[in-house]
Design a binder for this molecule. Structure first.
Ligand SMILES: *[C@@H]1O[C@H](CO)[C@@H](O)[C@H](O)[C@H]1NC(C)=O
Ligand SMILES: *[C@@H]1O[C@H](CO)[C@@H](O)[C@H](O)[C@H]1NC(C)=O
Length: 416
C-alpha cells in the first residue's frame, strides 16, 4: 500500500469507528446549553444573610423562571444545573442521598417537576469520591443506588466531580457509574471530571475511553471570575489542542468550564472574547451568573444567535488556534455549509495587546487556510464593523482593528 492509500483508508476507518467509539445514549449531539450555579454562587448556604444567593430551591426556581421569561430558553439554554452544596451532610437511614432539608424543603422531585413544567431540563451534581469538594456525601460506595435515585428524581444531566477520590481508579470507576446510569433507562447527560483530576496529577488521561463513556468532560482547572483565569484556560486549550480536538464531536465534548459573562471579573470586550472562543471550541454554554440583575449588553452577548449557531454547528468540529502574530491570536473552526471539500469557517482574532488603541490587523483568507476559489461571504458576528461585511476572495485583504484584550469574531461562508 502506498502512503496515500494508507492515509485514505485510515480516514475511512476513523469514520467507521467514530460512532461506536462514543457514548451511545443519543444525548448532547450539540454542546449542552444552560445555567449552572457553581461559578457565581459557590457554596453559599447562609440563606438568612444571603436569601437571594444561597443554594436553595428558591434559587433554581427563579433561574428557571428567568430562562423562560427573558428569552434564554428560546435561544437554546435549557438545562438548570445544581452544583455542589445541595446535599444534607448525611444520607438517610436507607443510605439514600437527600437534600438539605432547610434549603430544599419541597424535595428534589418537586424541584425537578417545576423545572420540567417550564419545558426545561434538570441537572444535578455529585462526586465520584468519598465526599464532594465541599465535604458532602460522595458516591463512591453507592454508585448504583445513587444512579437509581437520580433517575427517580428525573434528572436529565449529571455532573460527576472528582474530589476526594483515587484518580487511578477513575479509568474503571467513571465507566462503571456510566453503566449504572444507563441501566436506569433514563437518558442522562453524563458530565465527567475524570480527566481534569488526572491532568492535575500529571497523568495522561485516556481520552479515547473518556469520549466513549462520557458526553462531556472537564479537562482542566475550574474557571474563576477573572480575565487571568479565562486566558489561562484558553492558553491551556491551545497548548493541548492536538490531544483534545480529535475526541470532540456530537455526543462527546471537551468542557473548558462555565461562562462567567455578566459577573464581576470581565470587561465588556473580554466577555465577547469568552463567548467567541467558547463557540470556536464547541464548548458547552453553561452560564453562571445572576440573570436577575445582568446588564442588557451582557445578556445580548449570551443571547447572540449568530454566535450560538456557530457553537451549535451540526458538524461538531472543535476549532483551534492556528497562529499568533503581533499580539493577535487567530482561531478558526470549520462549520457548515460545506461545499465539495471546502468548509465554511468561524474565525476569531483575539488581542492579547494592552496598548490602548484598537490594533489594526490585515490578513487574507488564504493565510488562514481558506482556499475556496469562489470566495467567502464574511459576517461580523458582533455586528460592529459594517465595512467587513462582503464577499472576499481567498487572496483579498481583510482589514479591521481589534480592541485591547478583545476579539473580532467573523464567519466566512462558502460563496456559491
Ligand atoms: C412543590 O412544592 C411547592 C412549594 O412547597 C408546592 O406548592 C407544590 O404543591 C409542590 N408540588 C408538588 C408536585 O408536590
Ligand atoms: C444504554 O446503552 C445502550 C447501548 O449503548 C444504548 O443503546 C441505550 O440508548 C442507552 N440507554 C440510555 C438510557 O442511556
Amino acid at each position: 500500500m502506498n502512503k496515500k492509500l494508507e492515509f485514505s483508508s485510515l480516514i475511512l476507518l476513523l469514520q467507521i469507528m467514530t460512532p461506536t467509539n462514543s457514548l451511545h445514549n443519543g444525548l448532547a449531539l450539540r454542546p449542552p446549553m444552560g445555567w449552572m450555579s457553581w461559578e457565581r454562587y459557590r457554596c453559599i448556604t447562609d440563606c438568612e444573610n444571603y436569601p437571594e444567593e444561597c443554594i436553595s430551591e428558591t434559587l433554581y426556581r427563579k433561574v428557571a423562571d428567568i430562562l423562560v421569561d427573558e428569552g434564554y430558553k428560546n435561544k437554546g439554554y435549557e438545562y438548570v444545573i445544581i452544583d455542589d452544596c445541595w446535599l444534607s451532610k448525611s444520607r438517610d437511614e436507607n443510605g439514600n442521598l437527600q437534600p438539605d432539608p432547610e434549603r430544599f424543603p419541597s424535595g428534589i422531585k418537586n424541584l425537578s417537576d417545576y423545572i420540567h413544567s417550564k419545558g426545561l431540563k434538570f441537572g444535578m451534581y455529585e462526586d465520584y469520591g468519598t465526599k464532594t469538594c465541599e465535604g458532602y456525601p460522595g458516591m463512591i460506595d453507592y454508585l448504583k443506588q445513587d444512579s437509581n435515585k437520580f433517575a427517580e428524581w428525573e434528572v436529565d444531566y449529571l455532573k460527576v466531580d472528582g474530589c476526594n477520590a483515587d484518580t487511578r481508579k477513575m479509568d474503571k470507576g467513571y465507566p462503571e457509574l456510566g453503566r449504572y446510569l444507563n441501566e436506569t433507562g433514563r437518558p442522562i447527560v453524563y458530565s465527567c471530571s475524570w480527566p481534569a483530576y488526572q491532568e492535575g496529577e500529571d497523568m495522561s488521561p485516556d481520552y479515547a475511553s473518556i469520549a466513549k463513556h462520557c458526553n462531556l468532560w472537564r479537562n482542566y482547572d475550574d474557571i474563576q471570575d477573572s480575565y487571568y483565569s479565562l486566558m489561562n484556560i484558553i492558553d491551556h486549550f491551545a497548548s493541548q489542542q492536538e490531544v483534545y480536538i480529535p475526541n470532540a464531536g456530537p455526543g462527546h465534548w471537551n468542557d473548558p468550564d462555565m461562562l462567567i459573562i455578566g459577573n464581576f471579573g470581565l470587561s465588556y470586550e473580554q466577555s465577547k472574547l469568552q463567548m467567541a472562543i467558547w463557540a470556536i471550541l464547541a464548548a458547552p454554554l453553561l452560564m453562571s451568573t445572576d440573570l436577575n440583575s445582568i446588564r442588557p449588553e451582557y445578556k445580548d452577548i449570551l443571547q447572540n444567535e449568530d454566535i450560538i449557531a456557530v457553537n451549535q454547528d451540526p458538524l461538531g468540529i472543535q476549532g483551534r488556534r492556528i497562529f499568533k502574530k503581533l499580539g493577535i491570536q487567530v482561531w478558526t473552526r470549520p462549520i457548515t455549509p460545506v461545499y465539495q471539500t471546502y468548509y465554511s469557517y468561524a474565525i476569531a482574532f483575539v488581542s492579547r495587546r494592552q496598548d490602548g488603541v484598537p490594533y489594526p490587523f490585515n490578513v487574507t483568507l488564504q493565510d488562514l487556510g481558506l482556499y475556496y476559489p469562489g470566495g467567502y461571504k464574511i459576517t461580523d458576528l458582533f455586528k460592529e464593523d459594517p465595512a467587513l461585511v462582503r464577499v472576499y476572495k481567498p487572496e483579498s485583504i481583510i482589514k479591521f482593528r481589534v480592541k485591547p484584550t478583545g476579539v473580532v469574531f467573523i464567519r466566512a461562508d462558502i460563496n456559491n
